[in-house]
Write a protein that binds this ligand. Structure first.
Ligand code: IMP
Length: 437
């Protein structure tokens, strides 16, 4: 099996970085295919914590190469800071090891300003974006005015086009969004010239690289960012991000055919979290929600915002399984639930007395649904010394079995702590085992 697709199955922050790092040692490539530095992937290895926003989570594995594919939007300043930090930590980030696709778009200063000003203008109706300019950069891609990495090779042609673009964006910022800020073109230009110096050695043709690698039978791991319920089209619109976070995004984001996609692994926490605004049917507003937030350190990696916490939502998960064609699930942060006498799983939504077949399309309906729960016995023991699937408490094993039955999806990986050592693969998960052995 040449490829593994790792996808967030909830609203992001499921622990994708950690699982990708775990699965990566034998992968030739780890590929980010969408999103940008709105993502925050945390890896703990040997007591050292590494936080990544743009660079694929395979970077800590010395034999793995990293590709930032065409579907990603790249903020060159973040790229500069992150690569500098990783180099300081002694990692090899040579152009051979880190490739940036020529067709990826750049996030520039005006995107960040427009993101912030638009959120401000929305007031109570804001999305709660990460403020990193991701939405405006994807908008520019869609309206065909965005700046691509390849254009850094033709700065002479880019300059007049960008000058016009900046003037236009300043009018939008000030006249439409009533922002007090505007952008100085020379500043943007300096940033673009610096980006050229930085990115050009890494530039490559991701579609060609991956097609060749996959035809040779090399192992490729596609690393999703954000989560399925934040997908631009299929998520809980309008409280979504601006890219395709689902497995379909691999083909469009990388420029490869869907037949190259192997096992699709959905990553989910044993409970739910959400950052930013938007409906959240299983949200816990009480002391228990607070307890989960503190025990799980549920604070945004990118913005530091406290994450909203709630019970596991099997209705949303069944949707994610379908949207992605998930073959199996990795369930993370089970340790956070230790010590609870019972654990709830939302099995259905009821709206105006009717049980719904799926997550409703309108956010005002999703706000109103009543979550119906199944209550399962919790486990009291601490999981910090658990080092294999066999050592799990019986109640936890029963919980996993029940969840898998409700979801009609096998659970192939579990994780019970932040460190690499705390992740276990089920012996029955032959495709995953073949990828890592
Ligand atoms: P944007 O991607 O910054 O435009 O934000 C849109 C929505 O996606 C907001 O609700 C963000 O909180 C959410 N979001 C974006 N990236 C992440 C992530 O990596 N984890 C969790 N939520 C995210």
């Amino acid at each position: 099996m040449p490829s593994l697709v790792v996808i967030g199955a909830q609203w992001g922050d499921e622990g994708k970085g950690k699982i990708v790092d775990y699965l990566a040692p034998k992968a030739e490539w780890v590929v980010r295919f969408q999103g940008g530095n709105n993502a925050g992937h945390t890896i703990v290895a040997g007591g050292v914590t590494t936080k990544l926003n743009l660079i694929p989570s395979g970077v800590l594995r010395p034999d793995t190469r990293c590709l930032i594919a065409a579907g990603v939007v790249i903020d060159p300043e973040v790229f500069a800071a992150e690569t500098a930090k990783l180099r300081e930590a002694g990692l090899d980030l040579s152009p051979r090891r880190l490739v940036v696709d020529r067709d990826a778009h750049l996030v520039l200063e005006y995107h960040r300003l427009i993101d912030a000003a638009r959120e401000e203008a929305r007031g109570a109706n804001r999305i709660g974006t990460t403020g990193r300019g991701i939405g405006p950069a994807y908008e520019d891609r869609a309206n065909r005015s965005g700046v691509r990495v390849a254009e850094l090779e033709a700065l002479g042609q880019l300059r007049p086009r960008l000058e016009e673009l900046v003037a236009e964006r300043n009018v939008y910022l000030q006249a439409v969004l009533r922002s007090e800020f505007s952008v100085d073109f020379e500043n943007v230009w300096r940033a673009v010239c610096k980006a050229a110096e930085l990115l050009l050695p890494h530039i490559g043709n991701g579609s060609l690289i991956l097609d060749r690698a996959l035809r040779r039978g090399e192992r490729v791991l596609f690393e999703g960012a954000q989560g399925s319920l934040l997908d631009q089209v299929h998520g809980t619109f309008p409280y979504v991000t601006s890219s395709h976070t689902i497995s379909g995004g691999v083909a469009t984001g990388c420029g490869i055919g869907p037949k190259h996609m192997g096992h699709v692994l959905g990553i989910a926490k044993a409970y739910s979290t959400r950052v930013g605004l938007g409906p959240f049917p299983t949200e816990l507003h009480d002391q228990l929600g607070h307890r989960i937030r503190e025990a799980g350190v549920e604070y945004g990696t990118v913005t530091g915002r406290p994450r909203r916490c709630g019970w596991f939502d099997a209705v949303g998960m069944r949707r994610a399984i379908r949207l992605n064609g998930i073959d199996s699930l990795a369930l993370t942060k089970l340790d956070v639930l230790s010590g609870l006498s019972s654990i709830k799983v939302c099995t259905s939504y009821r709206l105006d007395g009717n049980v719904l077949e799926d997550v409703p399309s309108l956010s005002q309906d999703l706000e109103r649904v009543e979550a119906e729960y199944l209550e399962l016995p919790g486990w009291s023991s601490d999981l910090k010394d658990v080092r294999s699937w066999g050592q799990l408490p019986v109640e936890l094993k029963a919980y996993l079995e029940k969840l898998s039955e409700i979801l009609e999806c096998p659970i192939s990986i579990i994780s019970v702590g932040a460190d690499r050592q705390a992740t276990f693969v089920a012996e029955s998960a032959s495709e995953i085992l073949a990828f890592i052995r």
